[in-house]
Design a protein around this ligand. Structure first.
Ligand code: SAH
Length: 360
């Protein structure tokens, strides 16, 4: 059991069982022992690899996507370019480097990074300094100033806590983290059912996962776009339709582990419910396009041509690395190409952004 695991057992012993949402929030964001507060999770030496780690091409294309959206908006001065959960800052650094070729873009934007982890904020500062850029940091979206914005969220929504509900004889009961007979953390369920009006035909034992936090965040982001203009790009793994079942997973050293075994030591994520994000953004008055498979979207943005251009200047060993990265990002059997999806939320007056034209 981890230090945080012991602290959670203490909390449960005195306060009673906690929701899966509170468990996830503490495991990831506990001010001292949370996974994102205390660890450097990314890269080969870390617990997992994200698309910006796979290749610079990912961030470059996202940057050029943002610059084209800015041009389509009429190149407004003082546009906020905002990234939520930037990790090591790799994507933003690659994006800003690539957009040097777009006249006026870098001079026309303010960069804002929304990050809760002090360790990752330091890494982001270094990554941006390496490309001669700076940013304003925020621990939550509400301090990012109002105004037209292009918002980027890569593997951000999957890190937000979810609630689980288990189907009992008479209704849905909230799943909780409790103490088992041996004193270890164990899943249980609240005795009282909740008033939830979804999947009423589900059989006993079925589990429903609801991302209330993701919905709140999307409501705020889409509301900002509806009022001030701009666009949001969401890249994440998840499902296109809302469905039954739970997807909570823990990853440590590139392997799946029991989510309750060592909280704070493993990354916890869930698959993003893109249908819910879509409904939420539409309800807030924005236009939503997608989700599309991430690999197909990158191909539409010209990743093949970008890989060929990089290979012209590369030696044989580097060419192999570029081809492997391209296959990982777009190959038909790669999960980063198919399980990963992209969704665009834009102001109603805007055309669908690059790569989202004709989404069928
Ligand atoms: N986008 C990066 C990192 C993904 S990991 C990449 O693709 O490599 C999730 C990131 O979101 C981390 O930077 C984590 O610290 C941050 N994060 C998680 N929950 C957050 C929250 N509620 N507010 C702001 N940042 C958060």
């Amino acid at each position: 059991m981890s230090v945080l695991g012991d602290a959670l057992r203490q909390i449960i012993a005195t306060e009673g069982p906690i929701s899966v949402e509170r468990f996830m929030l503490l495991a990831l964001q506990h001010p001292v022992h949370g996974y994102y507060t205390s660890k450097m999770p990314f890269g080969r030496a870390g617990d997992f690899v994200t698309a910006p780690d796979v290749s610079q091409m990912f961030g470059e294309l996202v940057g050029l996507w943002a610059a084209q959206v800015w041009l389509d908006m009429g190149a407004p001065h003082g546009l906020h370019l905002v990234e939520l959960g930037p990790g090591r800052g790799t994507m933003m650094a690659d994006a800003l480097r690539a957009t040097r070729v777009v006249p006026g873009f870098l001079a026309g934007i303010d960069v804002h990074l929304v990050e809760t982890s002090p360790i990752l904020k330091d890494a982001q500062e270094n990554a941006l300094a390496a490309v001669g850029m700076s940013a304003t940091w925020h621990t939550a979206m509400d301090t990012v100033p109002d105004g037209p914005a292009i918002l980027l969220a890569n593997e951000f929504f999957d890190a937000l806590p979810v609630r689980h509900y288990v189907r009992g004889a008479t209704g849905w009961h909230e799943r909780q983290v409790d103490l088992g007979p041996d004193g270890a953390l164990a899943f249980g369920a609240a005795a009282e059912p909740m008033a939830i009006d979804a999947f009423l035909a589900a059989g006993p034992g079925a589990v429903l996962e609801i991302g209330h936090a993701a919905r709140r965040v999307m409501t705020a982001l889409a509301g900002r776009i509806a009022t001030h203009g701009g666009a949001l790009l969401v890249c994440d793994y998840g499902h296109a339709e809302t469905s039954l079942g739970e997807t909570l997973q823990a990853i440590q050293n590139h392997a799946f582990v029991d989510p309750l075994a060592a909280p704070g030591e493993a990354d916890l994520t869930t698959h993003v419910d893109f249908a819910m994000l879509r409904r939420t953004a539409e309800t807030a008055g924005t236009r939503v396009t997608g989700p599309l498979a991430q690999g197909a979207w990158l191909e539409r943005l010209g990743i093949g041509a970008r890989a060929r251009a990089l290979k012209v200047k590369a030696g044989p060993d580097q060419a192999v690395v570029i081809d492997a990265a391209l296959a990982r990002l777009t190959g038909p059997t790669s999960s980063m190409a198919t399980l990963f999806k992209v969704l665009a939320v834009t102001h109603r007056d805007m055309m669908p952004p690059p790569g989202f034209e004709d989404p069928a």
